[in-house]
Design a protein around this ligand. Sequence first.
Ligand code: THU
Length: 136
Amino acid sequence: MSQTPTDKALYEAAEAIRAKAYAPYSKFSVGAAILADDGQIYSGCNIENAAYPQGSCAETSAIAAMIAGGGKRIARIYVTGPGSAPVTPCGGCRQRIREFADLDATVISHGVEGEALVCTLEQLLPHSFGPEFLGK
Ligand code: THU
């Protein structure tokens, strides 16, 4: 799967907000940018906490921005982080994305010193549980 021209805008949005990440503990700053069904880009960064489990991932922050901004569905999501290995969403965030994205939605994971990994949500979260199991 390949990247689209929109992915440049998503990459830039993810990188712009990654610069604002609050990650004093891990020092691993992450940015995420969502292309939503309304055509808008919503972004978020990780926000850590001294009580470690209370921290938020970038993807979680971006989903919060999308919902607050009126977007309803994730068409594509682009995640950026340090290093050369693709920064893939954690397990919890894969499930959070699943709530708002079709299984064929594109997830782009990018450690910015290396190549981006482009895959579908279903590839990242196979055999998943989702809203339709509960009649939604
Ligand atoms: N992190 C994200 O925000 N998104 C990811 O996809 C991977 C990990 C954050 C959580 C924590 O603040 C830091 O990266 C190190 O795990």
